[in-house]
Design a protein around this ligand. Structure first.
Ligand SMILES: [Mg+2]
Length: 395
């Protein structure tokens, strides 16, 4: 059965949380002196917003088919991504069959390769690709996870990322991942504080609950190695995440050799495409790759990344990504659990990851989401009509 052709592609900016989850108000745990590569400058140490982490805002892509059906997706990228979508990428979709996602992705990637390859351009491509999968699901009246081969488990189980793993344990999550607060520029005193925070949390959650540390690219190899050994010995750390710059494949390969046996090295949320992840895996940089579905190239590219990971015996557990992760992870045995970003400011309660932008976004109950909660066409969510959309460019 031929599908209605794509009629129009539109791109919007939205402010205030949602897919750009760093775009939060004051007093949120996600902006509380978290270690970053900019922490070497004291003036940018207290707040990530001070160096511009929330400067872009959310990108919303809408793809409308000739019958009026609209697929949409949200990711980061803001106004510059709107320009790329409207002025450059839209030409590879309009007038095309929405089922032709392979050719569309290939043309989006290679037409932008001279200025793209990673970062903002791949965020924009990801947003278009996810909107296309949403449209395809809506046209075929199937959830995306069914288009991807169907669920291999009846439910997803989650660990929680946030400042309160102790509360996450009470809420039924299988683990908690803390942000690291002090980077190498804060010296040995900072290292002691990092370990003290971790051991204090270990005393609250007991011996068996998973505890992880997210280092958000802030460390060097020597610091990461020392942190890993102390965190393993003193607090039973499960994994050390994104310890180094995403460009430092050599550093990751060395870190993986340096850490205690049993402690996992994870990274990849700021990596993109099959080629970036192939580098991580071929150089044996980590035990778990963590592509963000909205940043790595979208579902079309994640299929290739996940298949390669499966063949290499590497776990693939996406970064955040809300419904775009849920629909993928439930189809994969090498993605045995998923991340849930705790976006409540405390975080003392479970709220939808991309709140307030999506309607119908499922949330874990007792740390779990049933496959049946995903049984709606496409990604199963709608754009919240109360959110003001700004369309900075047209074509
Ligand atoms: Mg992370």
């Amino acid at each position: 059965m031929p599908l209605p052709l794509i009629r129009h592609v539109r791109a919007f900016v939205v402010r205030g949380g949602g897919a750009d989850y760093h775009d939060q108000g004051e007093g949120h745990w996600i902006d509380d002196h978290i270690a970053t590569p900019m922490s070497r400058y004291p003036e940018y140490r207290q707040s990530r917003q001070s160096f511009g982490i929330n400067i872009l805002g959310t990108l919303v892509v809408e793809i409308e088919a000739a019958d009026g059906t609209i697929g949409f997706a949200v990711t980061t990228g803001g106004e510059p991504a709107c320009f790329i979508v409207e002025k450059h990428l839209a030409r590879f979709l309009e007038g095309r069959d929405p089922a032709d996602y392979e050719k569309i992705w290939d043309q989006m990637y290679f037409s932008t390769q001279y200025y793209g390859r990673k970062g903002l351009v791949i965020n924009a491509i990801s947003g278009v690709d996810l909107a296309l999968w949403d449209l395809l699901g809506k046209l075929r009246q199937e959830p995306v996870y069914k288009l991807l081969g169907g669920n291999v488990r009846e439910e997803l189980q989650f660990y929680a990322t946030g400042a309160r793993p102790d509360l996450a344990k009470e809420m039924g999550f299988i683990g908690g991942k803390l942000p690291l607060h002090h980077g190498p520029a804060e010296g040995l005193e900072g290292l002691h504080k990092n370990i003290a925070a971790l051991t204090e949390m270990r005393s609250r959650v007991g011996d068996d609950f998973w505890l992880m540390l997210d280092c958000w690219m802030s460390l060097d190899l020597d610091y990461a190695t020392r942190l890993a050994h102390r965190a393993w010995e003193e607090a039973g750390l499960k994994w050390i995440e994104e310890a180094l710059s995403p460009d430092d494949y050599w550093g990751y390969a060395a870190l993986k050799k340096n850490v205690p046996r049993g402690l996992l090295v994870t990274t990849g949320e700021h990596e993109a495409t099959r080629w970036g992840f192939r580098m991580l895996m071929d150089m044996e940089c980590c035990d778990i790759i963590q592509p963000d579905v909205g940043w790595c190239g979208g579902v079309t590219e994640l299929i290739k990344i996940a298949n390669y990971a499966d063949s290499k015996g590497v776990m693939m557990v996406p970064h955040g990504s809300s419904v775009y992760s849920y629909h993928f992870v439930i189809t994969r045995h090498n993605s045995p659990f998923a991340e849930f970003l705790m976006m409540h400011p405390g975080p003392s309660e479970v709220v939808p990851m991309f709140a307030p932008q999506l309607l119908g976004e499922p949330v874990p109950v007792n740390g779990r989401i049933r496959a049946s909660a995903l049984d709606k066409p496409g990604f199963g969510v709608e754009l919240n009509p109360d959110i003001p959309l700004h369309r900075p460019y047209t074509h």
